[in-house]
Design a protein around this ligand. Structure first.
Ligand SMILES: *[C@@H]1O[C@H](CO)[C@@H](O)[C@H](O)[C@H]1NC(C)=O
Ligand SMILES: *[C@@H]1O[C@H](CO)[C@@H](O)[C@H](O)[C@H]1NC(C)=O
Ligand SMILES: *[C@@H]1O[C@H](CO)[C@@H](O)[C@H](O)[C@H]1NC(C)=O
Ligand SMILES: *[C@@H]1O[C@H](CO)[C@@H](O)[C@H](O)[C@H]1NC(C)=O
Ligand SMILES: *[C@@H]1O[C@H](CO)[C@@H](O)[C@H](O)[C@H]1NC(C)=O
Ligand SMILES: *[C@@H]1O[C@H](CO)[C@@H](O)[C@H](O)[C@H]1NC(C)=O
Ligand SMILES: *[C@@H]1O[C@H](CO)[C@@H](O)[C@H](O)[C@H]1NC(C)=O
Ligand SMILES: *[C@@H]1O[C@H](CO)[C@@H](O)[C@H](O)[C@H]1NC(C)=O
Ligand SMILES: *[C@@H]1O[C@H](CO)[C@@H](O)[C@H](O)[C@H]1NC(C)=O
Length: 466
């Protein structure tokens, strides 16, 4: 009899209640350890078979915890989760992603270190880590942006977006990712695709600040996601809802700390379907290239979005990275001549403090208006402290690309309905460029705007000295 079946039998003998009913109200999960299936955990030998047989030995449909004991580094090719299975990576244990093309399935859309496909009640937890070994995918280090390996032999993907992601939940229901550290993804880190009912909490993501496309959390075509208590420090977009084959409804993000060399929070740029009912609350955005970004380009409409209680600091980095130090960036324009225009409506920004090298950029397009935007209780300080050139409006991707334009506190075009209330704007008196230009708009494209208790002025040294 093989070892796994023996273990299972033993387990059921000791827990007869599990056999009595297959779905008890509070099911006690079966627990299996990858060590009992032969995993070495030495970081050198592949533990793929041991890990996969542990998962496959979990009873169908019942909750099952597959434990990675500490200490240990479990090197593996793609691990496939199945319904009911939660990986329990103990504190001090790490799942180490393989770095060879043959470690991943044939189809590039399935390239993940850990992936769940069409599964329910799945997740990862336990206090340990999953590591994508990104450094091994760097071809050439570049202080502006590293050049990465491209696994495009099969022609399945092109250029620098052809590497494995770290963790994926595709077509899943009831996903739980909690208490885990995700280190050094080679490409995107945590990817949710066409899934529903997702809870992500107490997680940390550490990407490389010079590696392109190492997004933090991408919520694609998925509904009902809650992210709370997260710490994300990564080169590319940190929290990034996208819509490619379906809409994204009901996303709540609270209590997070984020640093990104691109956007800390970004809606888009894949935006073929709607984004609706999002709440972002109590979030600190630190030294990022863009704070809150809407890059709507493909015809999906955006509505009912709230950002509250946030502290944002943004700065310039190399313009190879999207972003121009805007604390808030709301744009909708057709990506190219074949793209549809889309609207962004009912967006509230409230209780927001920002320290930034550039202003707020709000730009719709002729038939893709921004409607009913509200900025309430905000305190914005503009100060230059890097030597990167400013003075550009950034419409990327597509649209008008980069356009020379002097910095404005709030730049507005194609807006119908803007309310600004209790907003304090301060300009530091460093004369790096034309400065203290509080509001600017493209005439006759802005309608129904109101300013109540809006102040803007220069300050020299102390904040109270205007
Ligand atoms: C999930 O199942 C559906 C229906 O069989 C299938 O179309 C889809 O490709 C599956 N998803 C994945 C990620 O395998
Ligand atoms: C995370 O997991 C570790 C190890 O199991 C545990 O000690 C700790 O309490 C957990 N933390 C949270 C926030 O659940
Ligand atoms: C692979 O990527 C390289 C560099 O981006 C490109 O020149 C080449 O055409 C690609 N090949 C395939 C088959 O996609
Ligand atoms: C999300 O909700 C929308 C609207 O009900 C629905 O059309 C879509 O299929 C849902 N997506 C998933 C992955 O359940
Ligand atoms: C979004 O959340 C609301 C309120 O909680 C709920 O009524 C609605 O069904 C959810 N939408 C989807 C697509 O699940
Ligand atoms: C966005 O809204 C416009 C105008 O209401 C509508 O014509 C279009 O179909 C919507 N887009 C999507 C993807 O539903
Ligand atoms: C916001 O963050 C900046 C640094 O990023 C810090 O100096 C400031 O005290 C913070 N403000 C609030 C209100 O938390
Ligand atoms: C804004 O901040 C104040 C003071 O910290 C707090 O009382 C209020 O609830 C906040 N408003 C929102 C919408 O979170
Ligand atoms: C003007 O915009 C405000 C919100 O900014 C909206 O509540 C109001 O209905 C708009 N008025 C008209 C006449 O469109």
């Amino acid at each position: 009899m093989n070892k796994s079946i023996l273990l299972l039998l033993l387990f059921f003998l000791l827990n007869p209640s599990l056999l009595a009913t297959s779905h008890p109200l509070n099911p006690i999960p079966v627990t299996l350890s990858v060590a009992d299936f032969g995993a070495a955990g030495d970081g050198l030998r592949y533990d793929t078979e041991a890990i996969q047989s542990a998962i496959n030995s979990c009873p169908e449909g019942d909750p099952c915890h597959v434990t990675f004991p500490a200490p240990g580094k479990y090197l593996t090719a793609t691990v496939f989760l199945k319904s009911g299975v939660v990986l329990n990576v103990e504190s001090g244990a790490t799942i180490l992603g393989g770095t060879r093309l043959e470690d991943y399935p044939e189809e590039s859309w399935r390239w993940y270190v850990v992936v769940a496909e069409n599964a329910t009640d799945v997740g990862i937890r336990g206090g340990g880590a999953v590591d994508g070994q990104a450094a091994k995918f760097v071809v050439r280090e570049d202080p502006r942006k590293n050049v990465m390996v491209s696994w495009n032999q099969t022609g399945a993907c092109l250029g620098d977006e052809c590497r494995p992601r770290l963790i994926g939940f595709l077509d899943c229901n009831n996903v739980q990712v909690s208490n885990i550290t995700l280190n050094q993804p080679a490409y995107w880190c945590l990817h949710l695709v066409r899934s529903n009912n997702i809870c992500i909490q107490d997680i940390a993501i550490y990407g490389d600040f010079n590696i392109p496309n190492n997004d933090g959390i991408d919520i694609e075509d998925s509904n009902n996601t809650v992210i709370t208590r997260c710490h994300i420090d990564t080169g590319d977009d940190a929290i990034c809802p996208k819509s490619s084959t379906g809409p994204v409804y009901n996303l709540t993000v609270t209590d997070c700390w984020i640093r990104s060399k691109s956007s800390a929070i970004k809606l888009g740029s894949a935006s073929w379907f709607d984004f609706k009912h999002f709440v972002f609350d109590n979030i600190a955005i630190v030294d990022s290239h863009r704070g809150i970004g809407f890059q709507i380009r493909d015809g999906g409409n955006v509505s009912d979005i709230v950002f509250s209680n946030m502290n944002i600091s943004t700065r310039y980095y190399d313009s190879l990275w999207w972003g121009r130090a805007e604390p808030i960036y709301v744009t909708s324009c057709p990506r190219d001549s074949s793209s549809k225009e889309a609207s962004i409506s009912n967006v509230l920004f409230i209780n927001i403090t920002a320290n930034s090298e550039n202003g707020i950029f709000l730009s719709g397009s002729k038939r893709g208006l921004l409607r009913n935007l509200r900025f309430i209780d905000m305190d914005i300080t503009y100060r230059r402290f890097t030597n990167y050139a400013g003075g550009l409006l950034d419409y990327r991707p597509g649209c008008q690309e980069l356009v020379k334009h002097r910095t404005a506190g709030i730049m507005m075009e194609h807006i119908e309905g803007l309310e600004v209330k209790n907003v304090e704007m301060r300009w530091s008196n460093d004369q790096l460029e034309q400065w203290n230009n509080p509001l600017e708009f493209r005439p006759s494209t802005v309608n129904n705007i109101s300013f109540l208790n809006f102040n803007s002025g220069l300050y020299t040294n102390s904040k109270s000295n205007y």
